[in-house]
Design a protein around this ligand. Structure first.
Ligand code: ZN
Ligand code: ZN
Length: 173
């Protein structure tokens, strides 16, 4: 059954600790700019951190509803929009889900690699990819305002567990 890592504890581990600190800075920045750090906004970030991966707005709502009966899907969506504008959350267009940004303190045209076996998302920033996208836009007369790049495949741990055949090694039918 794909989609679960029973041994994984996403709220521990060094990456989660770094993200927690980042999150606390984001929340502090939100307060000092005079914007309200509402209960729902805070809860949405914490739920994404606890998940350690991507969640749809509905899945987020389902999680938040357990702790807060007043949570609504529309409220979750507004909180997500707030954090996307603040650069703290990315939307995965291909799976209509949301994920914490790994380095929200600097604006960046990043790329997201998504494992379709376990759902792991790795955020990376390759300036060559961003430059290629801009060149493509120029060539076709487009000025790009945003260009999220999502690449899907099978991550290394999943490949090690034999969850998917190596490319080119699938048996011919
Ligand atoms: Zn990011
Ligand atoms: Zn995987």
């Amino acid at each position: 059954m794909s989609g679960s890592h029973p041994m994984r504890k996403p709220t521990q581990g060094p990456k989660a600790q770094t993200q927690l600190r980042t999150l606390e800075r984001l929340e502090a920045a939100c307060r000092t700019r005079g914007r309200r750090l509402t209960r729902q906004r805070r809860a949405v970030l914490r739920a994404l951190l606890a998940e350690g991966g991507a969640l749809t707005a509905y899945e987020l709502h389902e999680r938040l509803r357990v702790a807060d009966g007043r949570s609504t899907p529309a409220g979750v969506y507004r909180a997500l929009e707030f954090w996307m504008t603040a650069g703290a959350v990315h939307r995965l267009e291909s799976t209509r889900s949301f994920i914490l940004c790994e380095h929200p303190e600097s604006p960046h045209p990043g790329q997201l690699l998504i494992c379709h076996e376990c759902g792991q998302v790795v955020e990376t920033e390759d300036k060559g990819v961003a430059a290629a996208a801009n060149r493509l836009g120029e060539r076709l007369g487009f000025v790009l305002d945003r260009h999220p790049v999502e690449l899907t495949g099978v991550c290394r741990p999943c490949r090690a567990q034999g969850r998917a055949a190596e490319p080119g090694r699938r048996p011919a039918t």
